[in-house]
Design a protein around this ligand. Sequence first.
Ligand code: ADP
Length: 327
Amino acid sequence: MKKRVLSGIRATGRLHLGNYLGAVKGMLELQDDQEYETLYMVADLHTLTTPYSVEELRQNRREVLIDYLAAGIDPEKSVLFLQADVCEHLELAYYLSSVATIARMQHLPTFKDKVKQYPEHNTMALLNYPVLMAADILVYQAELVPVGIDQEPHLEVARQLARKFNQMYDTNFPEPQRFATKGEYVPSLSGEGKMSKSVPGSYISLTDDLQTLRKRVMSAPTDSGQGAAVPQDGPVANLFKLVELVQGVERRREYEAQYTSTGVRYGDIKAELAEAIFESLRPFQEKRAEIIADPGYVDQVITDGAVKARKIAAATLADVRQKLGLG
Ligand code: ADP
């Protein structure tokens, strides 16, 4: 039997370069590998863990699915679906929550960050996020998860829950591993932390036109452009990291050599970087325009994906209910 792969992106906004380099590139690689059966979802249920707008969610779940298609996720090769269409995720999450302790969930750095960001929204759903993510993966018995490095603590939770559940109920869940890409951590444009949809000024959207791209890249903070050593973290390190990811490591080395000798001109570096990003996004943007011209196709992908995903998930749940004494 083929090994299963599961990944998802939250429906909190349009895809950015971090999502693409950290997650979608890995998804594409595995989709084309005959050893794997790939399942990719729009994680719309996870959107409810932080404050959101109903109207925006309705739009975003579809937009993220279109972004997947435009990036090259092929419904002939992968099961592409909306998480909320497969309610088995929620059922398994409830069962898994019976072996998850509150203390473990409260200590996760992602939970602490979100509570700090939204102190009025310290909810059960937020606390339960990693349990639902474990269910997303385990409901398909997925062994490999192409996601960015920020998700590693959540994967550790998934492995622990799988182990504990297997011990207690004699199930046979695999312990899922992360599939890493070169872009597993794409830094924020603002110079601090990672590029994220929920942090304005941090990201480059895959749908940005050249003018917007230039504006975003130009606004990235820098320094005087010259020094005895190249900074290893902070805004300049982030900018050089982006250069490496988009234009290659050679270009980065050239700039670094200039930094410690003649000095660099950030205006030129940024203009060239913006151009290179735009060129790399062009095929995505062209394909996206074709897809949105055919809404019937998108509807069909959503319907077919739900049927295929549900079939696998329902079989898992039938077994789990049995083992829990509920079937
Ligand atoms: P965001 O943090 O932008 O809301 P999600 O939490 O929906 O994005 O993450 C979707 C996928 O994209 C996950 O696999 C995540 O690890 C990956 N990802 C998000 N931001 C980055 C980043 N800056 N660098 C690399 N991967 C990222």
